[in-house]
Design a binder for this molecule. Structure first.
Ligand SMILES: Nc1nc2c(ncn2[C@@H]2O[C@H](COP(=O)(O)OP(=O)(O)OP(=O)(O)O)[C@@H](O)[C@H]2O)c(=O)[nH]1
Ligand SMILES: [Mg+2]
Length: 323
């Protein structure tokens, strides 16, 4: 790890000349929070998918801008209401983050809200968006409205009624339209954040990207492939546990064994697929991701295990890191 003093550029006896702080990315599921964090970091740290509720826990992503400061992003699960214990734990995690940061970025999906307003201009915001706004009302730190997915709008002016609706319900210190997927306006987003976080020395070493262990990241890469390659309730009934994560330096190899927990026998069958085809595809694609990320060859073994109703069981939720 490098010495952080490079950035500790204090004026004589005065305030630090750099800025640093924690920035929460919050919003409904599927609005692009994880995609945005990855876009800023320039690395695929958090998993993403077109299915809602992809992120289940808080993920720290550290972005250091040499000489200027450090933004410590907290990617959070989508805020939503649910009767399921796993989902309630996810939303609780997101809401807790609101109280632990220096800035809150409220992300919305421009295309989804514009489509809804087009159907009925007098319409309220989607119910889940209302819920997010209610929660944001409790926040005392600066709030930034991030209007994501603007690449999906035929005409950028379409965001005006959306801004009107949202600012009528909440107050924001800044509004930043952008496209996380296309990478547009990300620089302005970073500048706005750097101007809004407190004057402070870096909170983490300059070369640090996350506080998450490699084991966690490996488990997430497997879960991402399951999100992408299975349907219906299967992706929502899966937890991945890394049982073995061993470096074999002589061979420049990582040996990883993972257990994929599902809730029912039928889900196990779906996950494995005919002749083991689906599980093989999940394993191959996850292994490639791991090799890219860890910069080493990976030997990956996967096993599927049925843990009945684990999504409702506090002991298992805790064991898998969700409660
Ligand atoms: N067209 C377009 N798609 C985007 C953009 N940003 C994100 N997406 C897509 O939106 C989907 C959801 O992205 P995620 O980053 O997983 O969303 P999230 O808010 O983290 O979702 P949860 O973790 O489920 O709460 C993915 O299919 C992304 O590729 C964007 O700027 N434009
Ligand atoms: Mg996410």
């Amino acid at each position: 790890m490098s010495d952080t003093t490079d950035l500790n550029n204090e004026q004589e006896g005065g305030e630090p000349t750099t800025r640093a702080g924690f920035v929460a990315l919050v919003g409904q599921p599927n609005v692009g929070k994880s995609t945005l964090m990855n876009a800023v970091l320039g690395i695929k740290l958090a998993i993403t998918s077109s299915k809602p509720q992809t992120t289940r826990t808080r993920i720290l992503g550290v972005h250091t801008v040499s000489g200027k400061g450090q933004l410590c992003f907290v990617d959070t699960p989508g805020i939503h209401r649910s009767k399921r214990r796993l989902n309630q734990a996810m939303t609780k995690t997101a809401l807790q983050s609101l109280q632990e940061v220096d800035i809150v970025c409220h992300l919305v999906d421009a295309a989804a809200i514009v489509a809804q307003l087009r159907r009925d201009a007098s319409a309220y915001l989607p119910e889940d968006e209302e819920y997010v706004l209610e929660q944001l009302a409790t926040v005392e730190v600066p709030r930034i409205l991030v209007i994501n997915k603007i690449d999906l709008l035929a005409d950028k002016l379409q965001i005006l009624p959306l801004i009107e609706k949202l600012t009528a319900r909440g107050t924001y210190d800044e509004i930043v339209p952008l496209s996380a997927a296309k990478g547009s306006n990300i620089d302005r987003f970073v500048d706005v954040l750097l101007a809004s976080v407190p004057a402070a020395d870096p909170l983490f070493p300059e070369d640090m990207i996350t506080d998450r262990a490699e084991r966690f990241l490996a488990a997430e890469m497997i879960r991402e492939q399951i999100m992408l390659l299975t349907r219906k309730e299967v992706p929502y009934s899966v937890a991945v546990e890394i049982e073995r994560f061993v470096e074999v330096p002589k061979k420049d190899l990582l040996e990883i064994s993972a257990v994929i927990h599902v809730e029912r026998e039928t889900q196990k069958g779906i996950l494995i697929g005919e002749g083991g085809k689906r599980l093989k595809e999940i394993g191959t694609k996850a292994r490639r991701q791991m090799e890219d990320f860890f910069g080493r060859r990976v030997f990956l073994e996967t096993f599927v295990h049925v843990e009945p109703d684990w999504t409702e069981n506090p002991r298992h939720l805790h064991r898998f890191g969700y409660e």
